[in-house]
Design a protein around this ligand. Structure first.
Ligand SMILES: NC(=O)c1ccc[n+]([C@@H]2O[C@H](COP(=O)([O-])OP(=O)(O)OC[C@H]3O[C@@H](n4cnc5c(N)ncnc54)[C@H](OP(=O)(O)O)[C@@H]3O)[C@@H](O)[C@H]2O)c1
Length: 223
């Protein structure tokens, strides 16, 4: 859409592949960083602003998923999931909303939550906890940051065909996969479906939208 993009993730090769797939690929910056390494994120954000100028929007999409019965949920697993899916998002938001980083005219922050942040499913307690936390946090952040015209929203996808869903338990079993498909009246989603909703939330067309969650789920939560 013509933006200059800064890509963050741990795996440099995957970031390179993503950058190569983008228009004007040499315009975009990439940094291999673990979002749970808070000092590392601070340094990357400072470097990106020095090279590309102040930011107008940030999408936090990094996440891990699992299907785990309650009896297998442990404190260590809860720590890991919260560190990656929630604390990493809040720390990134803290870094990117500093006055020296976010454009003076304001900006748009989008957290990629999930339908599991709003509705339930067997074995999804751990994942739902973290995705629901993003929905809750976006509301208070929206109020806190509104005076600076920084909008904060979530996108909550249903099942999207990505490496995450390909590795999920339901993708290993035809019957389970058919059940998951049948929960999505419009079929499973594509990464572009989620990306397009982020483009909308970044645009001026969404100038009066903050603290809300856009469900992009092929009808999953319409039932
Ligand atoms: N696919 C679905 O069906 C679905 C449905 C609802 C919501 N979502 C959400 O959508 C988001 C993207 O999921 P996806 O399907 O694209 O999953 P994916 O293919 O597994 O990608 C996850 C991404 O998160 C990055 N990541 C994970 N931990 C990180 C960390 N500590 N630091 C930096 N980057 C990290 C990974 O990059 P590296 O490995 O390179 O670090 C990878 O790019 C997630 O938040 C997920 O919960 C997905």
């Amino acid at each position: 859409m013509g933006a200059k993009v800064v890509l963050l993730g741990r795996d440099r090769e995957r970031l390179e592949v993503t950058r190569e797939a983008m228009l004007d690929s040499s315009d975009h910056l990439l940094y291999a960083v673990d979002l749970t390494d808070y000092d590392g994120v601070d340094a990357v954000v400072k470097d990106a602003v020095a090279k590309a100028g102040k930011l107008h929007g940030v999408i936090h999409s990094a996440g891990i998923s699992t299907t785990l019965p309650l009896k297998l949920v442990t404190p260590d697993k809860m720590d890991l999931f919260f560190r990656t899916n929630v604390y990493g998002a809040i720390n990134l938001t803290k870094q990117v909303t500093r006055k020296a980083v976010m454009a003076d005219s304001g900006g748009s922050i989008v957290f990629i939550s999930s339908v599991m942040g709003a509705v339930g499913e067997t074995g999804k307690t751990l994942y739902s906890l973290t995705k629901g936390a993003l929905i809750s946090a976006s509301k208070s952040l929206a109020i806190e940051l509104a005076p600076r015209c920084i909008r904060v929203n979530c996108v909550a996808p249903g099942v999207v065909e990505t490496p995450m869903s390909a590795n999920a338990v339901y993708s290993q079993d035809e019957q389970l996969l058919n059940r998951i498909k049948s929960c999505h009246p419009l079929g499973l989603g594509r990464a572009e479906d989620v990306a397009n909703s982020c483009v909308f939330l970044f645009s001026d067309a969404a100038r009066w939208i903050t603290g809300t969650t856009l469900f992009v789920d092929g009808g999953y939560t319409a039932r």
